[in-house]
Design a protein around this ligand. Structure first.
Ligand code: HEC
Ligand code: HEC
Length: 201
């Protein structure tokens, strides 16, 4: 009996130690690698670097894998994210995703009210005359996203505008095809309007 208790005790200690080590690992990676650009809580302060806080897990995992296999392309993907996703296996990517998805996103200062109003109309209704679909259909109410469809609420305006331009190219893989047809007829001005609305949510 005593022996069994000893073995069980040792196993429990090992299990606790490994859970602890796994938890430490991901926080350490975030602290020493990702935080420099994305912030410890996933709320990057530079408007060129996307916020990750509260982002959808399915979307985050898809993007990290796409940077790792270099199918998400373009100068910034290459310069910043190819090397930063290379070292991690699927289990670690999953932990990074869980970490950032669980962070609370901070709100940005509101933008120009007129641009916001025009952007809100595009988000909710689309632009019927050009067959641009309403963004809310996929990005959900409040632009919180769903699964592989990203949260856009509270994202930086500059980053959003840039990605809308990126979708005009073939630099993003697979699911970006869906966005390619959405942005096809969107002008730079309209992209600016919808991004201004979204960054203020
Ligand atoms: C040196 C700066 C830098 C570091 C370090 C960095 N990133 Fe990034 N990250 C960026 C930039 C810039 C982009 C936008 C790249 C693009 O346009 O494709 C980005 C994009 C992303 C995206 C895509 C977000 C979206 O909305 O599509 C994810 C996910 C991400 N990074 C996760 C991470 C994780 C996890 C780490 C740590 C392991 C990390 N990054 C480290 C700069 C950085
Ligand atoms: C039919 C569904 C659908 C509609 C409608 C749609 N989107 Fe998307 N959107 C997606 C998907 C799926 C992705 C992820 C693409 C990927 O994985 O590269 C995405 C990604 C994005 C991104 C990239 C975010 C990031 O963090 O990099 C932006 C910006 C965006 N959409 C803006 C819009 C805007 C603005 C509208 C409305 C004019 C819109 N979307 C309408 C499905 C949609």
């Amino acid at each position: 009996m005593k022996f069994i208790r000893l073995v069980l005790g040792a196993l429990a200690a090992l299990w606790l130690a490994s859970v602890h080590a796994q938890g430490e690992d991901v926080t350490r990676i975030v602290g020493t690698v990702c935080a420099e650009c994305h912030g410890m809580d996933g709320n990057s302060t530079s408007s060129k670097i996307p916020k990750l806080a509260g982002q959808q897990k399915g979307y985050l995992l898809g993007q990290l894998k796409a940077y790792r296999d270099q199918s998400r392309n373009g100068a910034d993907a290459h310069a910043y994210m190819w090397s930063n996703s290379q070292k991690y296996d699927d289990t670690m990517l999953g932990k990074l995703v869980d970490y950032f998805a669980a962070q609370k996103h901070t709100r940005n200062a509101p933008g120009d009210a007129q641009l916001e109003a025009k952007g809100k109309a595009i988000f909710e209704k689309g632009i019927a005359s050009k067959k641009v679909p309403a963004c809310v259909l996929c990005h959900a109410r409040g632009a919180v996203g769903m699964g592989i469809v990203p949260r856009l609420a509270g994202q930086h305006r500059e980053y959003l505008v840039k990605q809308i331009k990126v979708f005009h190219s073939d630099d993003r893989p697979v699911y970006a095809r869906i966005m390619q047809s959405v942005v096809e007829k969107l002008t730079d001005e309209e992209a600016e309007q919808v991004a201004t609305y979204l960054q203020g949510l």
